[in-house]
Design a protein around this ligand. Structure first.
Ligand code: AMP
Length: 284
Protein backbone atom coordinates (compact mmCIF):
# COMPACT_ATOMS: atom_id res chain seq x y z
CA UNK A 1 0.00 0.00 0.00
CA UNK A 2 1.23 3.50 -0.83
CA UNK A 3 1.24 6.40 1.62
CA UNK A 4 1.36 9.75 -0.13
CA UNK A 5 1.73 13.10 1.65
CA UNK A 6 1.47 15.72 -1.08
CA UNK A 7 -1.15 16.69 -3.62
CA UNK A 8 1.38 16.75 -6.46
CA UNK A 9 2.63 13.22 -5.67
CA UNK A 10 -0.96 12.03 -5.41
CA UNK A 11 -1.76 13.47 -8.83
CA UNK A 12 1.30 11.80 -10.35
CA UNK A 13 0.26 8.49 -8.84
CA UNK A 14 -3.28 8.88 -10.07
CA UNK A 15 -2.05 9.53 -13.62
CA UNK A 16 0.04 6.36 -13.49
CA UNK A 17 -2.98 4.17 -12.76
CA UNK A 18 -5.00 3.04 -15.74
CA UNK A 19 -8.38 4.43 -14.78
CA UNK A 20 -10.25 3.32 -17.87
CA UNK A 21 -13.59 2.04 -16.66
CA UNK A 22 -12.48 1.28 -13.10
CA UNK A 23 -14.51 1.89 -9.96
CA UNK A 24 -12.47 4.21 -7.80
CA UNK A 25 -13.50 4.24 -4.14
CA UNK A 26 -12.68 7.00 -1.67
CA UNK A 27 -13.04 7.16 2.13
CA UNK A 28 -12.31 10.62 3.59
CA UNK A 29 -11.40 10.58 7.30
CA UNK A 30 -9.65 12.61 9.98
CA UNK A 31 -7.71 9.55 11.18
CA UNK A 32 -7.64 7.98 14.69
CA UNK A 33 -9.38 5.18 12.89
CA UNK A 34 -11.72 2.70 14.57
CA UNK A 35 -14.15 -0.02 13.47
CA UNK A 36 -16.59 2.60 12.19
CA UNK A 37 -14.04 3.90 9.70
CA UNK A 38 -12.94 0.32 8.99
CA UNK A 39 -16.49 -0.58 7.91
CA UNK A 40 -16.38 2.16 5.26
CA UNK A 41 -12.97 1.04 4.02
CA UNK A 42 -14.09 -2.62 3.88
CA UNK A 43 -17.12 -1.67 1.86
CA UNK A 44 -15.08 0.43 -0.53
CA UNK A 45 -12.50 -2.33 -1.00
CA UNK A 46 -15.30 -4.83 -1.67
CA UNK A 47 -17.09 -2.59 -4.17
CA UNK A 48 -14.21 -0.93 -6.03
CA UNK A 49 -11.11 -1.78 -8.04
CA UNK A 50 -9.01 0.79 -6.20
CA UNK A 51 -9.52 2.42 -2.78
CA UNK A 52 -8.00 5.64 -1.44
CA UNK A 53 -8.35 6.57 2.24
CA UNK A 54 -7.55 10.17 3.14
CA UNK A 55 -6.39 11.15 6.60
CA UNK A 56 -6.51 14.86 7.21
CA UNK A 57 -7.50 16.73 10.37
CA UNK A 58 -9.15 19.63 8.60
CA UNK A 59 -8.64 22.92 10.48
CA UNK A 60 -11.51 24.77 8.80
CA UNK A 61 -14.20 22.54 10.30
CA UNK A 62 -13.12 23.21 13.90
CA UNK A 63 -14.42 26.22 15.82
CA UNK A 64 -12.04 28.46 17.81
CA UNK A 65 -12.83 26.72 21.12
CA UNK A 66 -12.87 23.18 19.77
CA UNK A 67 -10.35 20.33 19.95
CA UNK A 68 -8.22 20.86 16.79
CA UNK A 69 -4.90 20.85 18.67
CA UNK A 70 -5.75 17.82 20.83
CA UNK A 71 -7.54 15.75 18.17
CA UNK A 72 -5.95 12.26 18.27
CA UNK A 73 -3.38 11.64 15.54
CA UNK A 74 -2.33 8.01 15.00
CA UNK A 75 -1.14 7.88 11.40
CA UNK A 76 1.06 4.79 11.67
CA UNK A 77 -1.63 2.61 13.26
CA UNK A 78 -4.22 4.02 10.84
CA UNK A 79 -2.09 3.08 7.83
CA UNK A 80 -1.65 -0.50 9.15
CA UNK A 81 -5.37 -0.85 9.76
CA UNK A 82 -6.40 0.17 6.25
CA UNK A 83 -3.57 -1.80 4.65
CA UNK A 84 -4.82 -4.94 6.39
CA UNK A 85 -8.29 -4.30 5.03
CA UNK A 86 -6.88 -4.05 1.51
CA UNK A 87 -6.91 -0.31 0.74
CA UNK A 88 -4.52 0.67 -2.05
CA UNK A 89 -3.40 4.11 -0.95
CA UNK A 90 -3.43 6.46 2.05
CA UNK A 91 -3.44 10.14 1.18
CA UNK A 92 -2.32 12.20 4.20
CA UNK A 93 -1.58 15.76 3.09
CA UNK A 94 -0.39 18.58 5.36
CA UNK A 95 -2.52 21.62 6.14
CA UNK A 96 0.03 23.82 4.34
CA UNK A 97 -0.33 21.75 1.19
CA UNK A 98 -4.13 21.78 1.35
CA UNK A 99 -4.39 25.49 2.23
CA UNK A 100 -1.33 27.10 0.58
CA UNK A 101 -2.74 30.60 1.02
CA UNK A 102 -4.08 30.04 4.52
CA UNK A 103 -7.63 29.11 5.34
CA UNK A 104 -9.42 32.42 5.25
CA UNK A 105 -10.10 33.22 1.60
CA UNK A 106 -13.13 31.17 0.62
CA UNK A 107 -16.20 30.16 2.49
CA UNK A 108 -19.07 28.12 1.21
CA UNK A 109 -22.67 29.16 1.67
CA UNK A 110 -25.00 26.36 2.65
CA UNK A 111 -28.69 27.17 2.67
CA UNK A 112 -31.03 25.84 5.34
CA UNK A 113 -29.46 22.42 5.98
CA UNK A 114 -26.72 23.78 8.21
CA UNK A 115 -28.95 26.03 10.31
CA UNK A 116 -30.02 23.12 12.49
CA UNK A 117 -28.46 20.46 14.72
CA UNK A 118 -24.65 20.48 14.54
CA UNK A 119 -24.71 23.42 12.14
CA UNK A 120 -26.44 25.56 14.77
CA UNK A 121 -24.20 24.34 17.63
CA UNK A 122 -20.94 24.52 15.67
CA UNK A 123 -21.00 27.69 13.60
CA UNK A 124 -19.04 27.35 10.37
CA UNK A 125 -18.48 23.62 10.85
CA UNK A 126 -20.27 22.46 7.71
CA UNK A 127 -18.72 25.23 5.63
CA UNK A 128 -15.37 23.71 6.57
CA UNK A 129 -16.60 20.21 5.79
CA UNK A 130 -17.95 21.19 2.38
CA UNK A 131 -14.75 23.09 1.64
CA UNK A 132 -12.42 20.18 2.43
CA UNK A 133 -14.59 17.46 0.90
CA UNK A 134 -14.93 19.39 -2.35
CA UNK A 135 -11.15 19.95 -2.40
CA UNK A 136 -10.57 16.25 -1.79
CA UNK A 137 -13.04 15.28 -4.51
CA UNK A 138 -11.17 17.54 -6.97
CA UNK A 139 -7.83 16.00 -6.03
CA UNK A 140 -8.82 12.34 -5.68
CA UNK A 141 -11.50 12.24 -8.40
CA UNK A 142 -13.21 9.10 -7.14
CA UNK A 143 -16.22 7.44 -8.75
CA UNK A 144 -17.65 6.41 -5.34
CA UNK A 145 -17.20 8.09 -1.95
CA UNK A 146 -18.13 6.45 1.37
CA UNK A 147 -19.62 8.37 4.31
CA UNK A 148 -20.94 7.15 7.66
CA UNK A 149 -24.51 7.80 8.74
CA UNK A 150 -23.19 8.56 12.21
CA UNK A 151 -22.72 12.04 10.70
CA UNK A 152 -26.18 12.03 9.17
CA UNK A 153 -26.46 15.77 8.58
CA UNK A 154 -23.01 15.73 6.95
CA UNK A 155 -24.18 12.98 4.56
CA UNK A 156 -27.22 15.04 3.57
CA UNK A 157 -25.16 18.17 2.96
CA UNK A 158 -22.48 16.33 0.96
CA UNK A 159 -25.15 14.65 -1.17
CA UNK A 160 -26.59 18.06 -2.01
CA UNK A 161 -23.15 19.44 -2.76
CA UNK A 162 -22.40 16.57 -5.17
CA UNK A 163 -25.71 16.98 -6.93
CA UNK A 164 -25.70 20.76 -7.17
CA UNK A 165 -22.01 21.16 -8.03
CA UNK A 166 -22.13 18.30 -10.55
CA UNK A 167 -19.39 16.16 -9.08
CA UNK A 168 -19.30 13.03 -11.27
CA UNK A 169 -19.43 10.56 -8.40
CA UNK A 170 -21.79 8.61 -6.19
CA UNK A 171 -22.10 9.03 -2.43
CA UNK A 172 -22.48 5.73 -0.57
CA UNK A 173 -23.97 6.16 2.93
CA UNK A 174 -22.91 3.46 5.43
CA UNK A 175 -24.61 2.34 8.68
CA UNK A 176 -23.46 3.44 12.16
CA UNK A 177 -21.02 1.03 13.84
CA UNK A 178 -21.47 0.79 17.61
CA UNK A 179 -19.60 -0.58 20.60
CA UNK A 180 -21.15 -3.73 22.10
CA UNK A 181 -23.13 -1.63 24.61
CA UNK A 182 -24.54 0.61 21.87
CA UNK A 183 -22.28 3.68 22.05
CA UNK A 184 -21.62 4.93 18.52
CA UNK A 185 -17.91 4.58 17.74
CA UNK A 186 -16.10 7.90 17.51
CA UNK A 187 -12.49 9.08 17.49
CA UNK A 188 -13.52 11.36 20.37
CA UNK A 189 -14.50 8.45 22.64
CA UNK A 190 -10.82 8.23 23.71
CA UNK A 191 -11.29 11.54 25.56
CA UNK A 192 -13.83 9.99 27.94
CA UNK A 193 -12.83 9.25 31.54
CA UNK A 194 -14.13 5.83 32.73
CA UNK A 195 -17.26 7.21 34.42
CA UNK A 196 -17.98 9.49 31.44
CA UNK A 197 -17.64 6.49 29.15
CA UNK A 198 -20.33 4.68 31.16
CA UNK A 199 -22.66 7.65 31.11
CA UNK A 200 -22.07 8.24 27.40
CA UNK A 201 -24.67 5.50 27.02
CA UNK A 202 -27.18 8.28 27.65
CA UNK A 203 -27.28 8.97 23.91
CA UNK A 204 -27.99 5.47 22.68
CA UNK A 205 -30.30 4.57 25.58
CA UNK A 206 -32.38 7.71 25.06
CA UNK A 207 -32.67 7.20 21.32
CA UNK A 208 -33.74 3.59 21.84
CA UNK A 209 -36.34 4.62 24.41
CA UNK A 210 -37.71 7.17 21.99
CA UNK A 211 -37.83 4.56 19.25
CA UNK A 212 -39.60 2.11 21.53
CA UNK A 213 -42.07 4.80 22.60
CA UNK A 214 -42.87 5.50 18.97
CA UNK A 215 -43.22 1.80 18.18
CA UNK A 216 -45.66 1.18 21.02
CA UNK A 217 -47.63 4.34 20.29
CA UNK A 218 -46.80 5.93 23.67
CA UNK A 219 -45.00 8.87 22.06
CA UNK A 220 -46.99 10.78 19.49
CA UNK A 221 -45.17 14.09 19.04
CA UNK A 222 -41.57 15.37 19.02
CA UNK A 223 -42.40 17.30 22.17
CA UNK A 224 -43.34 14.14 24.06
CA UNK A 225 -40.07 12.58 22.93
CA UNK A 226 -38.13 15.58 24.24
CA UNK A 227 -39.88 15.28 27.60
CA UNK A 228 -38.96 11.62 27.82
CA UNK A 229 -35.29 12.38 27.08
CA UNK A 230 -35.24 15.19 29.66
CA UNK A 231 -36.39 12.63 32.26
CA UNK A 232 -33.81 10.11 31.08
CA UNK A 233 -31.09 12.74 31.50
CA UNK A 234 -31.74 12.77 35.25
CA UNK A 235 -30.15 9.29 35.45
CA UNK A 236 -26.93 10.54 33.79
CA UNK A 237 -25.56 13.40 35.92
CA UNK A 238 -22.32 13.68 33.93
CA UNK A 239 -24.19 14.22 30.66
CA UNK A 240 -25.59 17.51 29.41
CA UNK A 241 -27.82 17.70 26.39
CA UNK A 242 -26.81 19.91 23.47
CA UNK A 243 -29.88 19.01 21.39
CA UNK A 244 -32.47 16.36 20.80
CA UNK A 245 -34.50 16.99 17.68
CA UNK A 246 -36.79 14.93 15.53
CA UNK A 247 -37.04 15.86 11.90
CA UNK A 248 -38.09 14.39 8.58
CA UNK A 249 -35.30 12.00 7.57
CA UNK A 250 -34.82 13.40 4.08
CA UNK A 251 -34.49 17.14 4.50
CA UNK A 252 -34.60 17.82 8.26
CA UNK A 253 -37.91 19.61 8.03
CA UNK A 254 -40.02 20.02 11.17
CA UNK A 255 -42.69 17.36 11.65
CA UNK A 256 -45.69 17.59 13.93
CA UNK A 257 -46.23 13.86 14.48
CA UNK A 258 -44.09 10.79 15.08
CA UNK A 259 -46.37 8.62 12.94
CA UNK A 260 -44.50 6.40 10.47
CA UNK A 261 -45.64 8.29 7.41
CA UNK A 262 -43.94 11.45 8.72
CA UNK A 263 -40.61 9.55 8.50
CA UNK A 264 -39.31 10.78 11.86
CA UNK A 265 -35.57 10.61 12.51
CA UNK A 266 -34.09 11.47 15.92
CA UNK A 267 -30.84 13.44 16.23
CA UNK A 268 -28.91 14.01 19.39
CA UNK A 269 -25.74 15.70 20.67
CA UNK A 270 -24.58 15.66 24.28
CA UNK A 271 -21.55 16.61 26.30
CA UNK A 272 -19.85 14.22 28.68
CA UNK A 273 -17.56 16.57 30.51
CA UNK A 274 -15.88 18.52 27.69
CA UNK A 275 -16.41 15.81 25.08
CA UNK A 276 -19.20 16.37 22.61
CA UNK A 277 -20.78 13.23 21.14
CA UNK A 278 -23.48 12.80 18.50
CA UNK A 279 -25.86 10.01 17.53
CA UNK A 280 -29.03 9.53 15.51
CA UNK A 281 -31.67 6.91 14.79
CA UNK A 282 -34.56 6.41 12.38
CA UNK A 283 -37.88 6.10 14.23
CA UNK A 284 -39.97 4.54 11.46
P1 AMP B 1 -14.17 11.35 10.80
O1 AMP B 1 -12.80 10.75 10.83
O2 AMP B 1 -14.79 11.48 12.15
O3 AMP B 1 -14.24 12.61 9.97
O4 AMP B 1 -15.09 10.30 10.05
C1 AMP B 1 -14.77 9.85 8.76
C2 AMP B 1 -15.92 9.05 8.21
O5 AMP B 1 -16.16 7.92 9.05
C3 AMP B 1 -17.23 9.86 8.19
O6 AMP B 1 -17.93 9.56 6.98
C4 AMP B 1 -17.95 9.35 9.39
O7 AMP B 1 -19.36 9.46 9.29
C5 AMP B 1 -17.53 7.90 9.40
N1 AMP B 1 -17.72 7.33 10.74
C6 AMP B 1 -17.19 7.78 11.91
N2 AMP B 1 -17.65 7.04 12.95
C7 AMP B 1 -18.47 6.11 12.43
C8 AMP B 1 -19.26 5.05 12.98
N3 AMP B 1 -19.30 4.80 14.28
N4 AMP B 1 -20.00 4.29 12.13
C9 AMP B 1 -19.99 4.53 10.79
N5 AMP B 1 -19.27 5.51 10.21
C10 AMP B 1 -18.53 6.29 11.01
Amino acid sequence: MDIINTISDFRKKRKSINLQGIRFGFVPTMGALHEGHASLVKRSVAENDYTVVSIFVNPTQFGPNEDLSTYPRTLEADAKLVENIGADLVFAPSADDMYPAGTGHFTFGIKELDRKLCGASREGHFNGVVQVVSMLFHIVEPTHAYFGLKDYQQCLIIRHMVKEMHFPLEIVPCPIVRESDGLAMSSRNVYLAPEERKQALFLHTSLQKVKEGVRTGMLKTPREAKELVAKELEHFPLASLDYLEIYHHQDLREISSLATDFHPHAFMAAYLGRTRLIDNMPLF
